[in-house]
Write a protein that binds this ligand. Sequence first.
Ligand SMILES: *Cc1c(COP(=O)(O)O)cnc(C)c1O
Length: 353
Amino acid sequence: MSGKKINIREMARPCIRDLKPYASAKDEFKDFEQELIYLDANENPYDNGLNRYPDPHQMLLKQKISEIKNVPVENILLGNGSDEILDMIFRVFFEPLKDNIIINTPTFGMFKVLSGVNNIECKEVSLNNDFQPDVKAIHEAINASTKAIFICSPNNPTGNLMDKEAIKALLEIGILVIIDEAYIDFSEIKSWNQELENYKNLIVTQTFSKAYGLAGIRLGACYANSEIIDLLKKVKMPYNVNVLTQETALKFLENNKVTEQEIIEIVNSRNKLGVELAKIGFVKQIYRSDSNFLLIKVDDADRRYNELIDSDLVIRNRSKEPLCENCLRITIGTSGENKTLLKRLQYLDGLKK
Ligand SMILES: *Cc1c(COP(=O)(O)O)cnc(C)c1O
């Protein structure tokens, strides 16, 4: 538990603290029990299933997510992908041209893009050689204008979980710590969203785009204490999660068994693929993965990347990232797709000999 006095309101940008969020008539009358005739929002009255605006609070969906994730509804905010949620965090907490944030590289590219879009200085602190946060270097990078530390765990593109003790040490500093858990469902540990009561300065983001197989509907979730959630609600566009997304997500989450089975298969395929890749001569290293992709080091990343493209296989060349010289990132596909990839790599390996 953080001993520091944390004042969330004072962490927010002054222009946001007293901002009144947009209120629709549906907000004002949401607690009425009887059926109401809505002539308030200039919608087309003829029912086609989509003629009404979505529930701005996504109550049914949040209740379902609350059950699955074991987080109270008041600690959840939903967004059009977790990318939108990250952008909301920037706009609520970081003052352009004044505040700075710390990211731990190599990491997810959106943190830096959002810093650029929002005119926030982004300090890059390198992970250590084990791809873990360098707590001492982070301390040294922090100054009076540092508002947050971004952690991605399991990290993209390295694939590994971040050390629990390191994260705890960063939370103890008392500034915001945002943990992007886009790949948490592939890992063995429980989410940091179970620690919200212990850390007021903790924000956890997750997505339904990866393990849940719903990248197409754009749905992300944010878990934090209710003061943070209420601040984020002030900048949230009222109808940011559309009707089709809310309905589709609810339908999929009702039948969670399929997702659970798919996660097991993906993790098994990942482990198998890792074993096979290790036998290929030009593969120099396979890094530990707690996610649905593998980061591998090869003899010549640009060459191997292009050779795969020549056979219609697209992976990600991460060799320009810090600590990732000659590294490729491979998403785990279906067993058929993984087989095709392996065959191609084995062929390329044979060519060299
Ligand atoms: C894919 C990814 C996301 C994007 O999530 P969306 O919900 O699809 O916007 C966020 N963070 C990380 C680390 C990712 O790899």
